[in-house]
Design a protein around this ligand. Sequence first.
Ligand code: SF4
Length: 476
Amino acid sequence: MEFSEKIRFLRKKNKLSQAELGKQVGVSNRAVSKWENGESMPATDTLLSIATVFGVTLDFFLKHGEQEEKRREIEPGMESLKELYKIGIGPSSSHTMGPAKAALLFRQKYPEATRYKAVLQGSLAKTGKGHRTDFCILEVFSPKECEIEFDIKTMELYHPNTLLLYAYEKSRRIGFWEVYSVGGGSIVIKGQPVYKPQRIYPHNSFAQIAEFCQERNIRLWEYVERFEGKEIWDYLKTMWEAMLRSMDEGLRTEGELFGGLGVQRRAKHLFRQRHIDENAETRENRLVCAYAFAVSEQNAACGTIVTAPTCGSCGILPAVLRYVRDKRGLEETEILHALATAGLMGNLIKTNASISGAECGCQAEVGSACAMASAGLGELYGMALPQIEYAAEVALEHHLGLTCDPIGGLVQIPCIERNAVAAMRAINAVNLANFLTDSRKISFDTVVKTMYETGKDLSHRYRETSEGGLAKLYVK
Ligand code: SF4
């Protein structure tokens, strides 16, 4: 059965009009009509709401429906950059920030509970140990007792990151939630209204944004200010300060990361070493990598970081910005403009494709972060808008197909080193764009779409399950 038939069938079976279904999942009746006519597909979070309304699994919609999924509908506009950059506890926005948020809300809902239980399912069960999902949940419920169960047997799930929470007063169950950690630290609680951030930007493609900016002769950061308001600068300043704090902490800290892989923290060593043939290029490489290692190691150690756009890829953007700031003696305002420009590119990827490793592999995390860093750097260099677009496009294009296969479910190998390599690649992309923009053939919008389709074609083994690649073949 096609998706259009499935949704029509379920709507009628549940005696809902198109308008009633639309109201429950936060879209217009026209959107529902388009789904039923096969003209478009809902966005992923909306699909999750639909599955929740009808009490079916996401698989019910997605099985035999790959083509439909790739044609998903992109709702007009984009959310605020505040939904992209968030301060949180590493190592994973979906595996630590989301579950910790769910546990906190659950504890606030049932403060009288004498004990709690959390059951991790899907990717949370398979990589939750390495990502420290259990640790985060225990921290939230502490000092009260909390039992953690890793359920790797249940396969039919609404969402690949499912969390069941139970509250007990002595032996009596007083509360239960089924929660989905849907990426970027956001959660959906089954049976409760889905929080949908307002879409404050009117556009959702780079082509539209470029046209808007060129007509008014404004830069991308001015575009951001126009729709976010001047208060965005205070928010970005807070993010930048948090990025620097995590970097400084990472540059000071040594020792082995938890998890049993024996991974030593290397940022401090890199920062203080000298290359055997230290010159301007090798120094740049060493410092940029040291900064990226520092933030990524903080993330791996469950430190406080800023999603840029995710926890796993949080080292790339701050590393590049810090290096260029120091090298050129830039003002903080210029860095904030770069953060706004980078955020806009990340927002476009998040809106039109995905920034989730569980959904589209590492190309969606590290590839997106590299594109953001390239755009931010382009802004720092005062590049023209087509050059910034080209730099971000090159950065993402050359991450296409990149798999997510973290060893042991830990955000350490390949993640930490990968942040450093991607930071250097962002600088390379900007250098290329400086010379070659006139001869480019691929637009940023096209490469974003390509990344999404490629991600959907990736085997689940390469989408944050630790069942393939390095995670499978690594022998200690
Ligand atoms: S491999 Fe990439 S996407 Fe996967 S956990 Fe590591 S950084 Fe995140």
